[in-house]
Design a protein around this ligand. Sequence first.
Ligand code: ZN
Length: 374
Amino acid sequence: MQNEWREGRGESRGEMLVRRKGDPELSGGAEMKIKAGGTGGGELEKETLMMELNKLVQKMVKESSWWERRGLDCSILAAAFLCLPPAFLLLSSSHVVWFSVGMLLMAVAHGVIAFKGTHLASHGALSESPAWGQFWAVFFIEVCGSFSAPAGIQGHIKMHHAHTNVIGLGDSSVWKVPFLPRTVYLFFAPLAVPVITPLVALGHLKGLSLAHVVRTVLMVALGLYSQYWLLIHVSGFESPLSALLCMLVCRAMFSVPYIHINIFQHIGLPMFSPTRRPKRIYQMTHGVLNLRRNPLLDWIFGHSLINCHVEHHLFPFLSDNMCLKVKPVVSKYLLDKKLPYQEDSYFSRLGLFFHKYQELMVFAPPITELVGVQ
Ligand SMILES: [Zn+2]
């Protein structure tokens, strides 16, 4: 059934009223109210909320050292690269335990570099200099992530961040594969991510200049071939097939949670119409969810993709560590202003997506209108 959202009016100023027809959670077209204090006072006050929060965050950024702003995250990425030589050496062992440790070490290092590194680099969060920012974007996205830097930046920054949860623009529908059954989508298809990623990158080369195309193909090939070459010459893999299989296992080890986190934090939350989108602070607080802290996920994907996703969408220029530092201030501010601050655990979201797969991942999402704040 095609869901339809209707506009209603809150009984008092500062209260948003959201109504959805045909929502199984809201029987008989019942109304769902979202309290949004601090909205009285019109247009000016709506802008002021974001400006006020921005001031608080900018003050914290100014008072932070380089280590806090960038150093810690750059060091985590450097540590991931330093794990690679021992990983290649451990993979040369004939002892099953050491070989497995090598595999795990390489998978974790690859995860940190390809997920956390690629994400921070796409935001230019690794360096203050634009030239270095561009260099790191190409290095992380193309060499390490096997994707096209212009396509990655266009999709993530210019669409997902600029139009978060706006239908047809940043609605996370690129992650939906409705013809796949839920078990295949959630647990098996993500294992193909390392193979699909460079193929999708090739598809995105259409329309780019010849120089961009040549660079991307060379950089992606350099990343893949250097790992293959080291597995043959340092780890001593005897057949090309075994080296390729090892690459696939290491690169796919964390692709299941990678797909999960990309859908858990936006899909199922309010989606907005391109013509009646709410102000940025409402768009981000209603359309973004934080996952609870989890040491493994925090390290591999970074705080901005896990427990500080709301902060990341409000302040996308901050590094992972700075998102974590401003989190208490941002969450307190939003709660004080009676704005949503959505949090859930990874496994609770997994249960939700498993049980409501059809509704969340197959059917078209309904549109939310935040009445009184648009
Ligand atoms: Zn981002």
